[in-house]
Design a protein around this ligand. Sequence first.
Ligand code: NAD
Length: 357
Amino acid sequence: MSLFIDQFTTTLPGVRVRFGPGVRHRVAEEMDMLGLSRALILTTPQQAETGAEFAAMLGDRAAGSFARATMHTPTAISEEATTLARDCRADCLLSIGGGSTTGLGKAIALRTDLPQIVIPTTYAGSEATPILGQTEDGHKTTITTPKVQPEVILYDAELVRSLPVGMTVTSALNAMAHAAEGLYAQNRSPLSTLMALEGLRAFRDALPRVQANPDDLQARGETLYAAWLCGTVLGTVGMALHHKLCHTLGGSFDLPHAETHAVILPHAIAYNEQAAARDLAPIAEIFGGATPGQALHAFARRMNAPLALRDLGMAAADLDRAADIATQNPYWNPRPVEARAIRGLLQAAWEGAAPAA
Ligand code: NAD
């Protein structure tokens, strides 16, 4: 049976995407194609060395470097980097890294309209979305605008080899959450579902191979392919309970981004599996399990992912408050977001138990 549904609307962004080991060496070619000649190179402090390699490779096409990208895109850093982009007369942004670095590039693009070339080194998927989350005075806001959608993405498996196995797994589960919630999104289309299912299958196949051999370039390439698909789903359709819970836990309790996604995913999907039974059924088939939530939990366990919020530093005493915050201004969700049930979900996630059938 095809994935056709009789009514849908979709907007596909005009993004150029290139895959291949070593494709990072094509940055100059991509800049030439766009008529660009002065890139501001962005990284985190941890990836400054990689940024320096790009600066050497680009020679006088490198207008400057800024190696202070920070988790959750604080506006003070974005303002500083924007000033540098103007001062060094950059005509484009080259972001090399995970969601934090991509976020900085997007924040500068929002302020300057400069085109972005992104070279992702995690699976978070921000490079494929028109979404920017920013923090100011500890308060996180999210905006969605085509102004921040990157123009070019270069997926180079060689650069993701250095991602430690633990981060590889949690980052992959972060990406899988975009696909899983995309399956029941109100504004899904046959194409978003196709991408979500293919992304989930590619992670299922490639992640164990990466875990066995983190240098396996073919498997690393396949995980990047999965991340692109899952990120594109995130950029194309609306997210629901899972993302709301993760934003609550990250924003109000400072829990780590990818790990929190990894722990919550099986429980959020279990919460919705009756209300969205048909949409979620493929997850149980793809990962093998009695229910979609249990199948995801078993996969996460096989991948040695963190399974319990308590192991991420969440205090049991905070669960009531987390349930309260998560049920305020809920996102649309296939099953009504009900305080007692959410408190139960958080308890199970805190303990790390498999979701009940
Ligand atoms: P990150 O970008 O913060 O990276 C985590 C750490 O890993 C950093 O120190 C980074 O330098 C390092 N790192 C990245 N790639 C590496 C590699 N290949 N080898 C070694 N070290 C590497 O983490 P993330 O999970 O990619 O991104 C999280 C952020 O992205 C959050 O702020 C989240 O809100 C945001 N995000 C935004 C969107 C969106 O669409 N706007 C989507 C997903 C995530």
